[in-house]
Design a protein around this ligand. Structure first.
Ligand SMILES: NC(=O)c1ccc[n+]([C@@H]2O[C@H](COP(=O)([O-])OP(=O)(O)OC[C@H]3O[C@@H](n4cnc5c(N)ncnc54)[C@H](OP(=O)(O)O)[C@@H]3O)[C@@H](O)[C@H]2O)c1
Length: 295
């Protein structure tokens, strides 16, 4: 991976931290997308200590804020005309419903719509880096979910786990639709399940007994394996629109292979993320200006 630029989101903890160490160890030039710059600095030092390959300094990236995503992407694009690999790893689980500064449900935005916007804003650099890869860290929690287009923001009878599952399903639908849009560009996009891994995901959100159960899960280094495989394996050159687990291609749920739902989510996401061009040619400001519900 020497000479290749890789951006990993959520590299301050768990699977993202282990993925970043793995990529730095392979010689990649790393950029970390982290919301807390102090934690990011500690992560950069730790990666440098473990691998001798310090990540670049980057501004903060808060996926719960379109403003933050836009300013991060602007800074990134100003410094880096090409990007070889984007790992959309950051994620949250919240038991209760929280609303972001953009007026959106937090799991939907951090796990799905924020990465959607980030990916679209970095697309020119990804195309310039082709053959390049987008890696979406999803979850087996997508199974059994379907997207409720009448209630994308979980306003009716919120359930933390159901909303988490939907956000992970949305990532896979996005993966499929984006793969179709990127045919012939040399940019591939795949999704994956990292395993059930001992990390900080949802810490404080589950009953305390779960902390004891968590101790038996596999560690983050194991959790990073499939991300590293999908991000770097030469065997996956040109492979796109697929789902992986245990470093192998796997079948995702029937709902995640619903092409009509993928297209509908794509259209709704362009509106919600403010990416639809206005008649004057400018992208709209964000979710609020385009309305919070979508059909
Ligand atoms: N652990 C599992 O068993 C499991 C299973 C399936 C899928 N996954 C997926 O794996 C991915 C990594 O999760 P993990 O298990 O490693 O959890 P984790 O230890 O909690 O790490 C999550 C990372 O995401 C970052 N993050 C959270 N909110 C953010 C925001 N608004 N903007 C930017 N970064 C943000 C966190 O930053 P801070 O350090 O600042 O909090 C942290 O670096 C997630 O997408 C998760 O859904 C995990």
């Amino acid at each position: 991976m020497a000479g290749r630029l890789v951006l990993v989101t959520g590299a301050t903890s768990g699977i993202g931290a282990a993925t970043a160490v793995g990529l730095a160890g392979m010689g990649a030039t790393l950029a970390l997308g982290v919301r807390d710059l102090k934690k990011g600095d500690a992560a950069r030092k730790e990666i440098a200590r473990e691998t001798g390959n310090p990540p670049l300094e980057m501004p903060a990236l808060d996926l719960a804020s379109f403003r933050s995503i836009r300013s991060f992407a602007e800074a990134f694009n100003a410094r880096h005309p090409r990007l070889d690999v984007l790992v959309n790893n950051a994620g949250i689980y919240t038991r209760d419903r929280h609303v972001t500064e953009d007026g959106l449900e937090a799991q939907f935005q951090v796990n799905y719509l924020g990465p959607f916007l980030l990916t679209m804003l970095l697309m020119k650099a990804l195309k310039a880096g082709a053959p390049s890869r987008i890696v979406n860290v999803s979850s087996e929690a997508h199974r059994g979910s379907s997207i409720d287009f009448e209630d994308l923001q979980g306003e009716r009878g919120y359930s933390g786990y159901r909303t988490y599952g939907r956000s992970k399903l949305a990532q896979i639908l996005f993966t499929h639709e984006l793969a179709r849009h990127l045919q012939g560009t040399g940019v591939t996009v795949n999704a994956l399940h990292p395993g059930v891994i001992r990390t900080n995901l949802g810490k404080g959100e589950y009953p305390r007994a779960f902390d004891a159960v968590r101790l038996f899960f596999k560690g983050p280094v194991r959790g990073a394996r499939t991300s590293l495989y999908v991000a770097t394996a030469p065997a996956l050159e040109g492979v796109t629109g697929k789902y992986f687990k245990n470093e192998r291609e796997a079948t995702s749920s029937p709902a995640s292979n619903d092409d009509a739902a993928a297209r509908r989510l794509w259209e709704a996401s362009l509106d919600l993320a403010g990416l639809r061009a206005t008649p004057s040619g400018e992208a709209r400001g964000g979710a609020r200006s385009s309305g919070r519900t979508s059909g």
